[in-house]
Unconditional design. Structure first.
Length: 439
């Protein structure tokens, strides 16, 4: 399928001329400094990431993917002849620091919108501020329900990836069908990340769960939790945790002689990154991701081992032409995919966008957008939830193999269904067609 048109065809919009208070105009007029962070020649976006600290491995690569995509986009003319300026700052996965850098981005740098701010505990510290300031808070790098399930409370915020509750539901259904006799233990980050995942899983296998253990980010001793899972007789462990804690849980289980079937949520399962962490944490005693062989996980984006995937081909080209040092990684693919969606949003907001018009455009047409994600977005006035589905995959070496196709669902008691759509094909140069929403 080709990229879905945002709304009315460009020729019709151009004929309308002028601008409106919704998405603005799509051509035929002059570029104007239409809102904070928008000049005649540029649009300024901001983000926070853990560039240092315990969560930096992997996550610090996401903004390099975002920037590479925007740099290549700018070479092709940007959005309505405006370059996209992307400013990102280090919060070290520390909510207090997230607040500081977000204040800088909004009040000093005067960004038009926040995009891709990373982390459940970190972004939770700034979501009220961004909404109070009227700053569009798009495509948060976290599957927490907070960004999407209550647009009335957070009208400026939108999720992007599959939320953790929906992911938990898909995992729970899979275990119920394929491992009905398993004694399941849960290894959970002690915040909305773990809580939402647990809520989804329990809808399907509550009676199979024998233990639920939680860790606090920053406390690297997970021995008590893994020992408790072993003592409870859990022969199948599901982890909703970040990559560092995937490595820590594996090394701790190895020391304890504990060998359950592992299932890690998408967030913590990248084998290339986890392999490097295992090597570092074990001081070279474990040199790669072999401990993860056979572990299960979920997916909602193509990964770098899918060398024949047309999106990966395009992202490889973008990284080679506009990226920095190092190789294309799954975290850079994540960043590029978010930047693709952000480009669709900026295009839909029109030639002279406003913050209010940007939000209105995502609500109106974002549910129709296609791109690298495997399943449809859920954007509307009533829902700011991101993509709706996932595959189930088995980790093999530094890649994975699909064991269940894309299933789609929503939060609450929404049923899980098999996705019957087709994968989207990237447009020329992986740049969506420039079409605006007329509100």
């Amino acid at each position: 399928m080709t990229v879905v048109a945002a709304a009315t065809v460009a020729s019709t919009l151009a004929a309308c001329g002028g601008s409106d208070e919704g998405g603005g105009s799509s051509g035929g007029g002059e570029n104007e400094a239409s809102d904070t962070g928008v000049t005649e020649t540029s649009i300024k976006l901001g983000a926070h990431y853990p560039l240092t600290g315990v969560a930096a491995p992997g996550y610090s690569e996401i903004p390099t993917g975002v920037k590479a995509y925007f740099d290549c986009l700018n070479k092709e003319g940007g959005v309505y002849d405006r370059t996209v300026e992307f400013i990102y700052k280090d919060d070290a996965y520390n909510p207090a620091q997230t607040s500081q850098v977000t204040n800088e981005l909004v009040l000093n740098d005067e960004i038009f919108a926040m995009m891709s701010g990373l982390g459940t505990p970190t972004h939770s510290a700034v979501v009220d501020f961004l909404n109070d300031e009227g700053v569009p808070d798009l495509f948060v790098s976290s599957g927490s329900l907070m960004w999407g399930d209550d647009p009335e409370t957070y009208p400026m915020s939108f999720g992007w990836q599959t939320d953790y509750e929906s992911e938990g539901k898909i995992i729970g259904e899979y275990i119920a069908n394929e491992f009905p006799d398993a004694k399941v233990g849960l290894f959970l980050q002690d915040d909305d990340f773990g809580e939402d995942g647990e809520a989804g899983i329990r809808q399907y296998i509550d009676d199979q769960i024998v233990a639920a253990e939680r860790y606090t980010p920053g406390n690297t001793n997970v021995g008590p939790q893994i020992a408790a899972l072993k003592a409870a007789g859990a022969d199948f462990v599901v982890g909703f945790n970040v990559p560092s804690y995937t490595a820590l849980s594996q090394l701790t289980a190895l020391q304890l002689g504990y060998q359950p079937q592992w299932f890690y949520s998408n967030v913590g399962s990248d084998p290339n990154l986890v392999g490097g962490l295992l090597n570092r944490f074990s001081e070279g005693k474990v040199t790669d991701a072999a401990l993860l062989d056979g572990a299960l996980t979920t997916g909602y984006l193509p990964t770098v081992d899918m060398t024949d995937n047309p999106w990966i081909t395009e992202f490889q080209r973008i990284w080679q032409e506009c990226g920095g040092e190092g190789e294309l990684t799954n975290y850079r693919v994540y960043g590029m995919s978010q930047a693709y969606t952000m480009t669709q949003a900026l295009q839909a907001a029109g030639q002279n966008p406003t913050r209010e018009g940007l939000v209105e455009a995502v609500e109106a047409v974002g549910g129709e957008w296609e791109g690298p994600v495997f399943a449809p977005f859920r954007y509307s006035e009533d829902s700011h939830m991101g993509t709706s589905g996932m595959t189930i995959e088995r980790i093999v070496g530094n890649g994975s193999e699909e064991v269940q196709g894309v299933r789609v669902t929503d939060i609450g008691d929404a049923e899980i269904e098999e996705f019957d759509g087709e994968a989207a094909t990237p447009p020329a140069n992986a740049i969506p067609e420039e079409e605006a929403y007329e509100g």
